[in-house]
Write a new protein. Structure first.
Length: 143
């Protein structure tokens, strides 16, 4: 299996896909709330299979539903190198490669997502909630 970066041109085009923030209450004792961080990754071939569109979404939820809910997603479009266009991409699991490899292309959108979450969560005077700039398993939690 090739490294993810070897399939694509060096530069991808990045964009903010979605931000949804809902403040529920500021009166909650955060010690009694369980915070869940849920990551999701979707990739789609576009432009006659010459590009790969990747959307990374990170959701912050609380149980019980208190404090806030937040969803941030960034996307990127990566152009395949000309020498790679003849490959059978159905045999390549790009989502798995992105989740398991620390590559410069994907880490850029995760880092931007993490940064925006920190900025939003600190907007009402509290300490920012800083999430790691890595793909997290869906069962990662913080108290």
């Amino acid at each position: 299996m090739k490294n993810f970066n070897e399939y694509f041109e060096k530069q991808g085009s990045l964009y903010l896909n979605n931000v949804t923030y809902k403040l529920i209450t500021l009166d909650t004792n955060p010690n009694n709330v369980k915070r869940k961080v849920i990551d999701k990754l979707d990739s789609t071939f576009i432009n006659n299979n010459t590009q790969l569109q990747v959307v990374f979404t990170r959701e912050i939820k609380h149980e019980p539903e208190e404090l806030f809910n937040l969803v941030v997603s960034f996307g990127a479009v990566y152009t395949f190198k000309k020498e790679c266009l003849d490959y059978d991409f159905d045999k390549i699991d790009f989502d798995d490669m992105l989740k398991n490899n620390k590559n410069r292309l994907f880490l850029n959108i995760i880092s931007r997502t993490s940064q925006l979450i920190s900025e939003i969560t600190s907007s009402h005077g509290q300490n920012p909630f800083v999430t790691p700039p890595l793909f997290l398993n869906n069962d990662d939690e913080e108290k």
